[in-house]
Design a protein around this ligand. Structure first.
Ligand code: IPE
Ligand code: IPE
Ligand code: MG
Length: 233
């Protein structure tokens, strides 16, 4: 029996968010420069996007680049931006067969204008597709809250929790049910601070480039066994 059959279909997370960590360590272990870890990490993105779809996950959110990742050496940042550029190009070419809707979460104005435009183009091209893939790029949870506060202050009037949720970058899809972090770190690193309030958290030592369909299924299986109480009994 495969994983899919073993998981109670009523208890599948609707929305999974993943902190894709460990690319650098993966490369180091192979005796390679860090950028090769990122390159391999992109392969995992393709694999896991497909696997999530097969498992029946509606929304997938991937943390690709944080507002703090600009602190890294310019060579590494450039390599990551080049990989993103390539990723977007491939996504456009594969649009007919993949039917993925891409949404970028984060501040596009902090990106190179050409890359920002390509992100917007991909969003427009795919906006009517059914399976949603959010890519958090130049994303920070605190920056996002400031962005939402400014929007709401401009609008004026009463502010409810629902208003804040709607003003965030994730207004179109809501909160993740499950947050996965790879590579054995136990922190959120400024990811989805508001949206993670009642998310189930799952940590694995597996480095992102090694993260497989089986690892994803194991996380979903674990989620299906959790009891979510939301403060109740
Ligand atoms: C995650 O892998 C990818 C990004 C943050 C862009 P890392 O590059 O953080 O890998 P480690 O944590 O150094 O191994
Ligand atoms: C979090 O990973 C950001 C992404 C996965 C894009 P980091 O590797 O940047 O996080 P820290 O520095 O270990 O907290
Ligand atoms: Mg890291």
């Amino acid at each position: 029996m495969g994983f899919k059959e073993q998981i109670n279909q009523d208890r599948i997370p609707r929305h999974i968010a993943i902190i894709m960590d460990g690319n650098g360590r993966w490369a180091k272990r192979q005796g390679l420069a860090r950028m090769f870890g990122h390159k391999q990490g992109v392969e995992t993105v393709h694999r896991i996007t497909e696997a999530a779809d097969e498992l029946g996950i509606q929304y997938l959110t991937l943390y690709a680049f944080s507002t703090e990742n600009w602190k890294r050496p310019a060579m590494e940042v450039n390599a990551i931006m080049q990989l993103l550029d390539r990723f977007i190009k491939d996504a456009k070419e594969d649009n007919d067969k993949n039917k993925i809707r891409y949404v970028f979460l984060g501040d596009k104005s902090g990106l190179a204008p050409i890359l920002a435009d390509k992100c917007t183009e991909l969003e427009r091209l795919t906006e009517n597709n059914s399976s949603l893939l959010n890519i958090a790029l130049n994303y920070g949870g605190r920056a996002e809250l400031v962005y939402a506060c400014r929007k709401l202050a401009e609008r004026g009037g009463e502010i409810t929790e629902a208003d804040v949720s709607a003003a965030l970058y994730t207004g179109h899809c809501g909160d993740p049910d499950l947050i996965v972090r790879t590579a054995g770190e136990y922190r959120l690193s400024n990811f989805l601070l508001w949206q993670s309030a009642y998310a189930e958290l799952y940590f694995t030592d597996t480095l992102w480039p090694d993260f497989s369909e089986t690892d994803l299924s194991a996380a979903v299986m674990e989620f299906s066994r959790r009891k979510r109480r939301y403060g109740g009994v």
